[in-house]
Design a protein around this ligand. Structure first.
Ligand SMILES: C[S@@+](CC[C@H](N)C(=O)[O-])C[C@H]1O[C@@H](n2cnc3c(N)ncnc32)[C@H](O)[C@@H]1O
Length: 186
């Protein structure tokens, strides 16, 4: 009997941990906007504190969210794995897929074996477009495009000129897998 009660407590704890990691990872401080150049994108509707985590996605759930090949809505999480942000459940339809590419990013993705988090690199004011530098996680993108802000061609880290690669390295924005892949070329 005691054993069964302990098992039930254990199950409850496991379930609620899974909810914290995987469900409702959208902070209630965001709204979506749409414009002809960038498409749908996310904007802060309230102040966001420096280091505040806006999204957290569990990488350990085996539901097909990790792909071998990239797509327009995937985030590269290791040398051969791409997180399909269209497949990640949340209470607002997986809106992390609407994060923009920003040359001066206000979010930093942190990728571990277990999860990806996006946190604010500084205090954010209401009305700021949210995004990260796509080339800090993507080696070679499935859907290259021209940045609406500066016309730069965004195709992935490997296509950046050496100077831009170096700037991203020095700003400590590069994901570990991009650093590893870059060091193999040196
Ligand atoms: C992950 S999706 C982001 C959501 C997308 N805006 C939408 O409406 O579905 C990436 C795509 O958004 C667009 N995008 C993101 N950042 C951009 C930027 N800085 N300039 C122009 N287009 C951008 C590009 O079309 C890119 O292929």
């Amino acid at each position: 009997m005691v054993f069964r009660v302990l098992c039930r407590v254990g199950q409850r704890q496991r379930r609620s941990f899974a909810q914290v990691v995987d469900g409702g990872f959208v902070a209630p401080k965001l709204k979506t906007l749409e414009d002809p150049m960038v498409g749908k994108h996310l904007v802060t509707s309230e102040t966001v504190a420096r280091s505040e985590v806006l999204f957290k996605v569990d990488l350990t759930v085996e539901d097909g969210r990790l792909l071998r090949d990239p797509n327009m809505y995937s985030l590269q999480v290791s040398e051969h794995q791409h997180l399909d942000l269209q497949k990640v459940p949340d209470d607002k339809g997986g809106i992390a897929r609407f994060l923009s590419h920003l040359d001066e990013p206000n979010l930093k993705p942190v990728i571990t074996d277990e999860s990806v988090t996006f946190s604010a690199v500084r205090k954010l004011e209401p009305g700021e477009e949210l995004g990260f530098h796509y080339c800090t996680t993507e080696w070679s993108m499935a859907s290259p495009f021209e940045c609406a802000k500066d016309g730069q061609s965004i195709q992935g880290f490997v296509y950046l000129d050496a100077e831009t690669q170096d700037i991203l390295k020095k700003k400590e924005l590069l994901a570990a897998h991009i650093q590893r892949m870059a060091s193999k070329l040196e």
